[in-house]
Write a protein of this length. Structure first.
Length: 201
């Protein structure tokens, strides 16, 4: 006898809630499957058995953590992000191909790009530093690529303007540096005009 079929969805498992304390003494409560994308926090939960204690994040401001939590929440159910290790000579090549072929490491997903575009340059940098501290590999790598994309094709002067970097070299010092690193500037040592972009050999 055939039983009637019904659409059945597994109930969502309630996640333990983890308390975090930021550098500026603001407390956040976050689902465990969100914040364990931070290897720092995951390690503390597993090794230190912090339980209901509030985990101090001494290098992260509250405004930055809020944005990081928003990003990590988007990826809470995603496949674990695996950093490609180019020097892994002992790994099975077929296994590496299976794991990494679908990944395009120099392309930022559309959702990430839209999220990054909505942030200020200052916030992006704060998130980048914080993601390094938190050891959040996906966010760190995507932000690194975002900054690389922003630098692509820009001259030194354009980069200074884009990132608000003040040139603190006197003309003599800058000229000396340009001569020393002429191979990076396409052989141009005659001032800044016509210098090759940072993407050119």
């Amino acid at each position: 006898m055939l039983l009637p079929t019904t659409d059945y969805q597994m109930p969502e498992i309630e996640q333990p809630r983890i308390k975090l304390m930021t550098k500026d003494q603001k407390e956040f409560t976050v689902d465990r499957n969100v914040i364990i994308q931070s290897k720092l926090v995951k390690g503390m939960l597993e090794d230190l058995e912090v339980g209901d204690q509030c985990i101090p994040l001494s290098e992260v401001e509250s405004g930055t953590l809020e944005k990081i939590i928003e990003y990590l929440t988007h990826y809470k159910d995603a496949e674990e992000y695996i950093k490609f290790e180019f020097d892994n000579e002992t790994a099975d090549p077929k296994e590496l191909q299976r794991l990494y072929k679908p990944r395009q490491f120099n392309i930022i997903p559309d959702w990430d790009k839209e999220f990054f575009t909505a942030q200020t340059q200052e916030m992006l940098f704060s998130m980048y530093v914080a993601s390094s501290y938190l050891d959040s590999v996906r966010l760190y790598n995507m932000l690194a690529q975002e900054f690389a994309d922003q630098c692509d094709g820009k001259s030194v002067e354009e980069l200074r303007a884009h990132f608000g970097i003040e040139n603190d070299f006197i003309p003599e010092e800058e000229e000396e540096i340009r001569k020393e690193y002429a191979w990076m500037l396409g052989g141009n040592t005659e001032g800044t005009e016509g210098a090759s972009s940072v993407t050119e050999a």
